[in-house]
Write a protein of this length. Structure first.
Length: 180
């Protein structure tokens, strides 16, 4: 399976393992890997001459600005050669972004909810969550909102509850099984 004819796009909540799985899946399939967050950060740096993380961009510029630059970055990467693309957790929430990614194979990466919450807490309050609200309540609300969208648009889902290699194996087995 060395030639990829179209993008494989990884969607899912923050800290489910999309980036690490994407990097390793790309190595396995011998294709490029693109992390949309890196493209957003680079686009922001090119525009402002400031090197900031996605978290800092959202905190400094606001959600609306961030979502706009995110959609521009998404347009850029889907016009690249076929790759494994990892999206940020909120990217598929807009209808415009859903429309852009729908023609491609969408793999929903999920993980046990409690583990995802622990990973988020360890890394501090995410910029997309209101610091005035209770973190656990906000997490649960966003989890439920986003999961329903992910499940609606996914081609298939895999549970990342073991090793990265096992998750890659789950994906490649589905790819082989769904080959025309």
């Amino acid at each position: 399976m060395k030639s990829l004819h179209n993008h494989i796009i990884l969607i899912g909540f923050k800290h489910t393992g999309k980036s690490i799985i994407g990097k390793n899946l790309a190595k396995t399939l011998e294709v490029p890997f693109i992390d949309l967050d890196n493209i957003i950060e680079l686009a922001y740096e090119n525009k402002t001459k400031q090197k900031l993380t996605c978290r800092k961009i959202m905190q400094n510029e606001g959600v609306q600005f961030f979502r706009h630059i995110e959609t521009q970055a998404l347009l850029q990467v889907i016009n690249a050669k076929p790759s494994i693309i990892s999206l940020g957790g909120g990217t598929p929430m807009s209808y415009e972004n859903q429309r852009l990614i729908k023609p491609y194979l969408l793999v929903h990466i999920t993980a046990p909810k409690g583990i995802v919450y622990e990973r988020i807490v360890m890394n501090g309050h995410p910029a997309f969550m209101n610091p005035e609200e209770d973190l656990f309540e906000t997490f649960n609300r966003l989890w439920n909102e986003r999961i329903s969208i992910y499940e609606k648009i996914e081609d298939f889902s895999i549970l990342n509850d073991s090793t990265v290699q096992e998750s890659i194996q789950k994906i490649t087995q589905k790819l082989i099984a769904n080959r025309p």
